[in-house]
Write a protein that binds this ligand. Structure first.
Ligand code: ZN
Length: 217
C-alpha cells in the first residue's frame, strides 16, 4: 500500500507529566506472558467477546527483534479497548485488522514520550494473512483524520496476527520503514487468539520491541 504523507508539521512537544493512572504495563523480556494474556482477556471480556477459538496459519516470516526497557509509549485504555475489540471481531471472521494510532508527543524532564489517544480505521480488504485499506477508503480515512479536533500526531499503526503470535514480519518492517519512519513511530501487533499485544519500533534499520503502559484518563 502506498500512503504518502505530503505535509507534516513538526510540533514542539508539550511539557507534561506522563499519565499517572497506569492500569497495565508491559516490558518485553521482563513482564510475564501470563500478565499480558490476562490483560488482553480482560479487555475481551469487558467488550463482551471473551476468548476466541481457532487459529490461522501464516507464512509471514518473523524478523529478529531486540528489546528496549525505556517506557515512553502510553496508550489510553479506550484506544486499547477499541484495538483489541477490532482485532477480535475481525479474527472471528478469520480476518486481519488494521488501523492508525493517533495521539500526541510530550516531553517530561528532558525525556520524550508518546501517547495514543485514539484509533482511526476504515473498510479493509482483508484476508487471514494480509490486510490493506480499500483503495476508495483512503479518502474516507483521511476525512476521519480531519474530523479529529485537536492537533494530533500520527503515532503509528496497529494490525493483527490472528492466531500466529505478535511479531514483526519482513512485510511489516517494510510498511513501518516506508510509512512510519520517525523515531517515535510505533507498530502494535495484536494476536487476539493467543492474547498477545506487543509494540515495536525500528531504530537504525533494526526491529526493537518496546515497553508500553495502558492508562485511564
Ligand atoms: Zn504482520
Amino acid at each position: 500500500m502506498a500512503i504518502k504523507i505530503v505535509e507534516e508539521e513538526i510540533k514542539n512537544p508539550e511539557e507534561r507529566e506522563p499519565p499517572g493512572n497506569v492500569i497495565f504495563t508491559y516490558i518485553p523480556e521482563k513482564s510475564s506472558d501470563e500478565s499480558l494474556q490476562n490483560f488482553v482477556l480482560q479487555q475481551l471480556q469487558n467488550s463482551g467477546i471473551g476468548r476466541i477459538d481457532g487459529h490461522i496459519t501464516s507464512n509471514e516470516e518473523k524478523v529478529d527483534a531486540s528489546h528496549d526497557e525505556n517506557l515512553n509509549l502510553y496508550i489510553d485504555r479506550h484506544a486499547a479497548d477499541e484495538i483489541i475489540e477490532h482485532c477480535a471481531i475481525m479474527a472471528k471472521k478469520g480476518l486481519e485488522a488494521l488501523g492508525f494510532l493517533v495521539g500526541d508527543l510530550y516531553i517530561w524532564k528532558g525525556e520524550r514520550y508518546s501517547v495514543v489517544h485514539e484509533i482511526v480505521t476504515g473498510e479493509l480488504e482483508s484476508t487471514a494473512v494480509s490486510v490493506k485499506f480499500r483503495r476508495d477508503e483512503f479518502e474516507n480515512l483521511f476525512d476521519k483524520l480531519d474530523e479529529i479536533e485537536y492537533d494530533y500526531v500520527l503515532i503509528g499503526w496497529y494490525h493483527s496476527h490472528p492466531g500466529y503470535t505478535s511479531f514483526m514480519s519482513s512485510i511489516d518492517m517494510d510498511t513501518q520503514s516506508r510509512m512510519f519512519n520517525r523515531e517515535f513511530h510505533v507498530a502494535l501487533v495484536i494476536d487476539p487468539i493467543n492474547l498477545e499485544f506487543k509494540a515495536f519500533r525500528i531504530s537504525n534499520g533494526k526491529c526493537i520491541e518496546v515497553p508500553y503502559a495502558v492508562f485511564e484518563e
